[in-house]
Structures are given as structure tokens and as C-alpha cells.
Design a protein around this ligand. Structure first.
Ligand SMILES: C[S@@+](CC[C@H](N)C(=O)[O-])C[C@H]1O[C@@H](n2cnc3c(N)ncnc32)[C@H](O)[C@@H]1O
Length: 357
């Protein structure tokens, strides 16, 4: 890690997740692993339950996605890292509880530093909702990239700035309302404004889970229900708990991405974008609804221009993309001088924005 400020950001992110490990979940949502399996199937990498694959999760939190991937790729071997020992403890508990026997190791590590696995030792690396909480997302991607075998795949998921404008506005509102308050009262103001914000927050989540029905693993869903009953915990379908409150509204550091930022950070990391898999950006989905004339025009666009076109007509909540270590048609179509025009970084510290990226 280079700067004192980076240390501060990482320490404060770790402090937050120590108090409130994320996600606080009793249901393992297999949606998160389904698109990866489908993508790898199309690429001819996935076969026979993931036999022979070594998969790493960068920033597993409490292990919801780790369990989902372990069950989706039952013959693969999985490892994970996370910054926060408290989250790792819960993740280990979930791995046992869900009998995810193919999870080999969860290690404590900081994505801003070299990671505790040999270079080029994984076929697939995925990191969902993590790099946007680090002071230098490109460095996190670079460090994860080192662990991928030549020809392997990396999947990343980050917040999309355009689709999160409502949340950014709420955050700005909270910042205003917190002005000059001592810590205890600050939290109350945030809780009060979270209640105001919760309607749109929950609707967004519910819509997402509906769109994930296709990828549901009913066996794992049944197992989740049994686990929840065993724990005698009420289901938290609306997601209104402190874990969500802190992750969504009291975060020490988060960056909201535009499509341009995704391209810029990926390029800085030395990796190459292969494709986008987030539903809003599934380009073929949109193309299927186009008139013949529009479709002919669409066919003329480079892969990069297609991203720009989709960005221009949708407000993505998220970007979910696939990287490789060698140049791809997408990366070849990105102009040399392409750079960020919109930067939205939220941090608890006063930062030199360029330095903190
Ligand atoms: C929003 S949670 C996401 C957890 C999990 N990926 C999921 O989607 O359920 C972010 C996680 O990233 C981890 N994290 C944040 N900064 C990190 C860093 N610099 N190195 C490693 N992990 C980090 C946190 O400890 C936390 O568990």
C-alpha cells in the first residue's frame, strides 16, 4: 500500500466490517454464481461440475457467494481471501453449516498487497462488491490478476453510478443532516434517513431477486431454509438490518462507477475486458428487441461503442464484467486516449481524488 491515506481507508473499512460483517444472510442466493457458470460453459471452461477448476473469491465477506459458488461448482476447489477476520470467522461457519466441502481455505489478506497464494494458481477469480471499497481498485484487480493462470478468467462486480443516483442523493442528504453532530447522534440521523431511504432500497433488491429466479438452485434454497430454521432466525427478506445499513449507508469508502471508469480502472490494472454480463448490459438482450435498421447499425459498432451505447440509454445499477490477461476484441476497440470524465468517489477522509484511485 502506498500512502498513509490508503492505510487509513483500509483500516476504517476493516473496522466497519469487523463491527458489521456483511452480508448478514440466512439465504444463500445462487444468482451470483449462476452467470459465472453460464459464461464459463459458453467459453468451454466449465464441465462436469467444475471438475479440475481452481476458483478464488477476492473479498468473500461472510461467505454467501463462496457457498453459492461451491455448490454451483461442486467438483471445483475453492479458496477465498478477505480483509476482515470477523467476516472470515462467519464465512468458515457458513462453509461448515452448508457443508461446502470443496472450500479449501479462507485466508486473511489485503487486496492492496501481494496475496497469499502462488501466482497463476487459479483458473477463475471473482470479486463481487469489493474493489469499489478499496482505495485503489486497479491495484486490487492487478493483485487478483496475478493469481490467474494464463487463459483464465476474472469476474468483477461494482456499483454503477448512474443507477445508484438515488442512493448517492440519500448519502448526500445524510451527510448534510449529520453536520456538526457527535458520533452517537450521527448514527441516529443515519438510521432515521435510512428508514426514509429503505423503500427504494428494498424495491431494488426485490426486483433483482426476481430477475435471478432463472439461476436459483432449489436444493440450496431448501438447505438455506433448514439452516435458517435451525438458527431460529426470522427471515430477513427486506434486508433491514445493521449489516445492510452500514454496507449501504455508512460506508467508510465507496466508489460509484461509470462505464468509462470500468474501462479506465481495468486498463490501469493491466487486465483486459472480455465481456459484460450484468443483465442491463447483456448486449444481445437489447439487440433482440431492435428493429432491423437499428440492428444493422448496431452490428457496425465496435464492442466498446456498444458499451457506450448501452451506458447512454440505461442507468446501470452495477457493472459486472469478465477480464482476461491478454488483449481481447473489446480492449482493442477502446481508443487510446479514452479516460474518465465522471468521478464519483465517497470517502470518510479528505482525499486527493487522483491519488486515492
Ligand atoms: C460488501 S462486502 C462483499 C462481500 C462478498 N463479496 C459479497 O458480495 O457478499 C465487502 C467485503 O470486502 C472486504 N474488503 C474490503 N476491502 C478489502 C481489502 N482491501 N482487501 C480484502 N478484502 C477487502 C470486506 O472485508 C468485506 O467483507
Amino acid at each position: 500500500m502506498e500512502t498513509k491515506q490508503d492505510h487509513q481507508v483500509v483500516a476504517s473499512v476493516q473496522g466497519m466490517y469487523t463491527e458489521h460483517p456483511f452480508p448478514n444472510t440466512s439465504i444463500v442466493n445462487t444468482f451470483w454464481s449462476h452467470p459465472h457458470r453460464e459464461y464459463l460453459k459458453r467459453a468451454g471452461v466449465y464441465q462436469d461440475g467444475g471438475s479440475g477448476l481452481r476458483i478464488l473469491e477476492g473479498g468473500c465477506g461472510t461467505g454467501e457467494k463462496l457457498v453459492a459458488h461451491a455448490k454451483t461448482f461442486p467438483r471445483a476447489k475453492l479458496c477465498a481471501i478477505d480483509l476482515t477476520p470477523a467476516s472470515i470467522q462467519v464465512a468458515n461457519f457458513h462453509v461448515k453449516e452448508f457443508r461446502a466441502h470443496n472450500v479449501e481455505a479462507i485466508k486473511q489478506a489485503n487486496l492492496m498487497e501481494p496475496l497469499p497464494f502462488p501466482d497463476e494458481s487459479f483458473d477463475v477469480v471473482y470479486s463481487l462488491g469489493v474493489v469499489h471499497h478499496t482505495p485503489k481498485p486497479y491495484l486490487a484487480m492487478q493483485n487478483l490478476g496475478r493469481l490467474v493462470k494464463p487463459g483464465g478468467y476474472l469476474f468483477f462486480w461494482v456499483y454503477g453510478a448512474l443507477g445508484q443516483l438515488w442512493r448517492i442523493k440519500k448519502l448526500n442528504y445524510m451527510t448534510l443532516m449529520r453536520k456538526g453532530l457527535p458520533a452517537e447522534e450521527t448514527e441516529q440521523v443515519v438510521r432515521d434517513s435510512f428508514k426514509e431511504a429503505s423503500f427504494s432500497f428494498n424495491v431494488r433488491d426485490r426486483i433483482r431477486s426476481l430477475s435471478s429466479m432463472k439461476g436459483i438452485n432449489f436444493g440450496l434454497l431448501a438447505q438455506s431454509l433448514l439452516v435458517a430454521i435451525k438458527r431460529r432466525r426470522s427471515f430477513n427478506f427486506v434486508g433491514m438490518d445493521d449489516s445492510n445499513l452500514y454496507d449501504g449507508f455508512l460506508h467508510a469508502h465507496e466508489k460509484f462507477y461509470t462505464g468509462e471508469d470500468v474501462v479506465t480502472d481495468t486498463r490501469k490494472s493491466g487486465l483486459f475486458i472480455e465481456d459484460f454480463i450484468v443483465p442491463e448490459l447483456t448486449l444481445t438482450g437489447r439487440v433482440n428487441r431492435m428493429s432491423d435498421l437499428m440492428r444493422r447499425q448496431w452490428e457496425k459498432l465496435t464492442p466498446f461503442e456498444r458499451l457506450q451505447a448501452v451506458d447512454a440509454i440505461t442507468l446501470p445499477n452495477e457493472y459486472w464484467w469478465v477480464c482476461r490477461k491478454s488483449p481481447t476484441p473489446f480492449s482493442k476497440s477502446v481508443p487510446e486516449d479514452y479516460g474518465s470524465t465522471v468521478k464519483i468517489v465517497r470517502t470518510a477522509f479528505d482525499t486527493d481524488q487522483d491519488e486515492s484511485r
